[in-house]
Design a protein around this ligand. Structure first.
Ligand code: AP5
Length: 216
């Protein structure tokens, strides 16, 4: 039986979201992307979205209390009963500790942590060329996986756009935030024995196959 409670960890643009979608289909578990949930809240101008927008546009992390509350709430949903893929959470020591205690209280600890790695130049190239569907969140890349139907999503017909934070200045800030706030969590995950490192520079298919091996 493969692991069904996963954390996908790694720098911005390394391919966490791309792999999370494939793993969700493979495992039939919930995909919890804090970035997607926050962007949806920004789009709908909810209180959370209004509070988060400035941080996201600047490439900074959204304050812990806001993100932790949204994950806590999301984990209560029925579709998490069979498992979940956390994509982009935890990203700080506070988030790590809160997740640990939340899952311990539920009796559903994380079973595997997949750490995708790639050099900064790969990350910047991927982020600069990324395009997304405004409606279903499908991800494309102008060079590596272009949308065959142009500015209209192949999957749902929604508008394909470039994320507001996918620009050069914001990417540099996001990479800094990752190094300062998130990378230190790696040693903690290493100590748990749950961490599997995967070479994120490989093709999407190769990364997916490596992920399947890691969770099997
Ligand atoms: P979030 O949306 O989580 O952004 P991120 O971590 O910066 O990650 P990305 O979405 O940029 O990259 P990814 O690894 O998912 O790559 P993808 O699969 O798309 O967060 C956005 C913001 O929200 C944050 O800056 C912060 O403000 C806030 N936030 C979110 N979570 C938070 C938290 N926990 N705490 C505080 N704040 C939080 O791939 C990238 C591109 O590469 C795509 O075009 C894809 O097609 C292509 N690609 C993928 N894999 C490959 C491959 N193997 N080969 C070639 N191309 C590939």
């Amino acid at each position: 039986m493969p692991s069904r409670r996963l954390v996908l960890f790694g720098p911005p643009g390394v391919g966490k979201g791309t792999q999370a979608v494939r793993l969700r289909e493979e495992l039939c578990v919930a995909h919890i992307s804090t970035g997607d949930i926050l962007r949806d809240n920004v789009k709908r101008s909810t209180d959370l979205g209004v509070q988060a927008k400035g941080f996201m546009d600047a490439g900074k992390l959204v304050p812990d209390d806001l993100v932790i509350a949204l994950v806590e709430d999301r984990l209560k949903a029925d579709d998490c009963k069979e498992g979940f893929i956390l994509d982009g959470f935890p990203r700080t020591a506070e988030q790590y500790d809160k997740l640990d205690s939340m899952l311990e209280a539920r009796g559903t600890p994380v079973e595997a942590v997949l750490y995708f790695s790639a050099p900064d130049e790969t990350l910047v190239r991927r982020i600069a060329g990324r395009r997304m569907c405004r409606d279903c969140g499908a991800t494309y890349h102008v060079d590596y996986s272009p949308c065959k139907t142009g500015d209209t999503c192949e999957k749902c017909g929604g508008e394909v756009y470039q994320r507001a934070d996918d620009n050069e200045a914001t990417v540099a800030k996001r990479l800094q935030e990752y190094q300062a706030m998130s990378a230190p969590l790696l040693s903690r995950y290493q100590e748990t024995g749950l961490l599997a490192e995967i070479d994120g520079t490989l093709s999407q298919e190769e990364v997916f196959q490596a992920a399947l091996v890691a969770i099997s």
